[in-house]
Design a binder for this molecule. Sequence first.
Ligand code: AHM
Ligand code: MG
Length: 342
Amino acid sequence: MSTLDPDPGPPPVGGRAAEGVITIERFLADHQPATATGSLSRLLDDIALAGKLIASRTRRAGLTKLLGKAGAVNPQGEEQQLLDVYADDVMTSLLSGHGRVCVIVSEEQPEPLLVDESAPYVVVHDPLDGSSNIDSNVSVGTIFGIYRRENASIPPTSDDWLRPGRDLTAAGYVLYGTSTMLVYSAGEGVHAFTLDPEVGEFLLTWSDLRYPEDPAYYSLNLASAPQWEQGMRRFVDWLHRDDTPTSTQRYIGSAVADFHRNLLHGGVFGYPGEVDRPEGKLRLVYEGAPLAFLAEQAGGRGSDGIRDLLDIQPTSIHQRTPVFVGDRQLVDQLEACLFRET
Ligand code: AHM
Ligand code: MG
């Protein structure tokens, strides 16, 4: 047994435990290509700091009058929570002023925010996903995606931020749960870091996380089943047969938390389209695509029910899409059930 504290122990199923104490800063520096400028590593570090600030406020929200609604609506007409506004402000602040970020796309902002015309990266994010759960002390998370601009020497256009997830350079999330965890991939595996609140650092917990072969859960809001297409109900009926990998449903209602549990224990998270809302609820650019990128990096996949989420060309920043992310065989089976319906 290790004498080091922290000693994370092995991941629940697929992946490697950290050996020794490795800060996210060191991990990023050690894993960047020899030719890299270090800009991406510093940008991921900026996001890690934003995550620490948001975690700190989230943890104290009940003590600092930060619970509840902000009294405004976001671009999708959803009521903003006070912590949505705070998290968005923190992300904007941490992503500005250092010449790394050109444009920021946020769930909470109606338009892309131009930060620095000649900077190399575009960041898309949902600053606090699942925020309607905050008042009940349920886990929430920040989702992010990073695109490297093809040509940073010309002024940015919508081609810089309306890009398929396949073009992502990196993506990840910070989960504000029983502990705060940052999970990211820069295209070479999925790595998870836990915030040590005593020392204020994200420390490597597990590297190269992979979906386990036997998925444990499916995560769908079954209360919405009456609004689903027949194919979705067919999928749930299939799951409940005796010979399927799992029949156990777990649904938190915070996409990051549902995705994270299924990454560790195996499973699929989904938010389907509905008869009166075929586009579903979740957003492609800053929710579906980053989660699909992580899923693929961990050996899973993401789909809108017909095609890979990563292949969809967005036409607007807040566009919605059905989202299914997680274990590859479950996503394949789900597509087969939906396809048979058409
Ligand atoms: P938000 O971005 O406004 O927080 O909404 C997204 C959240 C997801 O985290 C979660 O999967 C979903 O909404 C839950 O919706 P529902 O309550 O309809 O199941
Ligand atoms: Mg969201």
